[in-house]
Design a binder for this molecule. Sequence first.
Ligand SMILES: [Zn+2]
Length: 382
Amino acid sequence: MLSYRELLKRTKDEIAEVDTRAAREMTDALFVDVREHDEWEEGHITGAVHVPRGNLESRIEGVAGDRSASLVLYCASGARSAFAAKTLAELGYTNVVSLAGGFADWKRNGYEVQLPKMLTPDKRARYSRHVAIPEIGEEGQLRLLDSRVLLLGAGGLGSPASLYLAAAGVGHIGIIDADIVDESNLQRQIAHSLNTLGTPKVDSAKQTIEALNPDVEVTTYRERLTSENIERILADGWQIIVDGTDNFPTRYLVNDASVWHGIPVVHGSIYRFEGQVTVFKPGDGPCYRCLYPAPPPPELAPSCAEGGVLGVLPGIVGTLQTNEALKLALEIGDPLVGRLLLFDALATDFHEVRIKRNPDCPVCGEHPTITEYVDYVEFCTR
Ligand SMILES: [Zn+2]
């Protein structure tokens, strides 16, 4: 019967070992961390992949399908990785070495390690009600702080959305709006106030967000979205779009861009006492053109001047949009994909209509006919 020491020694004789300095020169090799999950979480070699030794046989092919690939296995001190190297040799891997001294030695030499990202005590306090939810936790909050959400419009829908996204700690918020704050906005556009009357809405909203949460970086675009600027704006890396616009040209532009770039759009619209919300997630449900392939002729569209709205309605719809955006950012729950949620404020009634992807859709269908941006004549949806 062999003792552990004897077994380790015999195993080490059968495999190849490298010291940390030699391993560091192996820039083409894949580093495989065979430690346990919590050890990996506390820090690991930069660029390494994690395959705990207990799952080595079943998972190694997923990270290194090629059995002649150069692999450097490591654990804490070089023992577990030695046994792992022997296992891989038995599986037919021909170019495997074990890191002598392991992660401990690597760190001691001051080589590159990736330390865990953690919330600072300030942030842990600020977001404690998120951290307390198992579905979010510290990891989810870090994810929100890393996420990038673009708001179209800093008006009725964009105002509550911007405030709640900022409060939630969405780290990067972009706002597109060309308008100036007007007195008639204040009945519902809560990101603005008497103090910012006459100033650009993007600046007013930015000021409000920064006063609420300095963790948020705000990028402002004081312009109207057009086929000319949409690519430049999306090049800033926005991951989710919250659409609070009220006109057809923008709605179609955003739809087409989102399909081509694979960016989900949280759509909202309001009129008098009625609101609608849905999520257009490319590849996973219908797009706006699946429902409305092209805008109606201008003479059939209601004029902008007629539009009235109950002041709180955009608050309700805009916060529902924010709820969807946060779920998308966190990848939790069931987003409103393929579901159009209708709200009637007078009846206080929500109901849902299923909406389907149209295989003949001119943009996301099987044979798309629209492949570049179309600028429609501007008119209001309602
Ligand atoms: Zn479509």
